[in-house]
Design a protein around this ligand. Structure first.
Ligand code: ZN
Length: 170
């Protein structure tokens, strides 16, 4: 960029704002006619100025403030929730840290024992009536054995008597 271009570009904003003297303006326009780069620079400046003007023209809606605040509050809530979530995860991670692993295991063990107790208590004790029936069944079984063995004893006796009878008759 030559020295002339540097001077021209310094004046471009003033030119757009129509604050240049007639003499300077003329010199600038003459330069622009023959310098492609400075023309491009002027166009860029014009575009950005137009954007600025457009932005200034945007007037917020009536409830803009309220909507903005609502959105901001929602954003803050989301952020807080995310933070809380990560906080919980940190606690869980802490619980299984080497430092707290023993305590965590102990707590878990106590929980398991308590659950087992509850589960065991739910197992119903047999009623007195049911116990009586089972005792009767056992007794009946024993009776059979007793009867059977008694019969065997009698059988033996009969055989002995038979032998004795044969001996006495023979
Ligand atoms: Zn130039």
């Amino acid at each position: 960029m030559n020295k002339k271009c540097t001077t021209i570009r310094k004046n471009l904003v003033a030119y757009l704002d129509r604050q240049l003297s007639e003499r300077k303006k003329q010199a600038l326009q003459e330069h622009l006619d023959c310098c492609k780069e400075c023309r491009a620079e002027l166009n860029e400046l014009r575009a950005s100025q137009a954007t600025m003007l457009l932005w200034q023209d945007i007037t917020p809606s009536e409830h803009y403030d309220r909507i903005f605040e609502q959105k901001l509050a929602m954003l803050k809530q989301d952020l807080a929730a995310a933070k809380e979530k990560s906080h919980l995860l940190t606690i869980v991670r802490h619980c299984f840290n080497t430092r707290f692993a023993l305590a965590t295991s102990a707590v878990l063990a106590v929980c398991i024992v308590m659950l087992s107790i509850v589960a065991f208590k739910q197992y119903r004790k047999p009623s007195q009536h049911e116990l009586g029936i089972s005792r009767d069944i056992e007794l009946y079984r024993n009776m059979e054995v007793i009867q059977y063995s008694e019969a065997l004893e009698h059988f033996d006796m009969i055989q002995v008597l038979d032998v004795l009878g044969q001996e006495t008759t023979g």
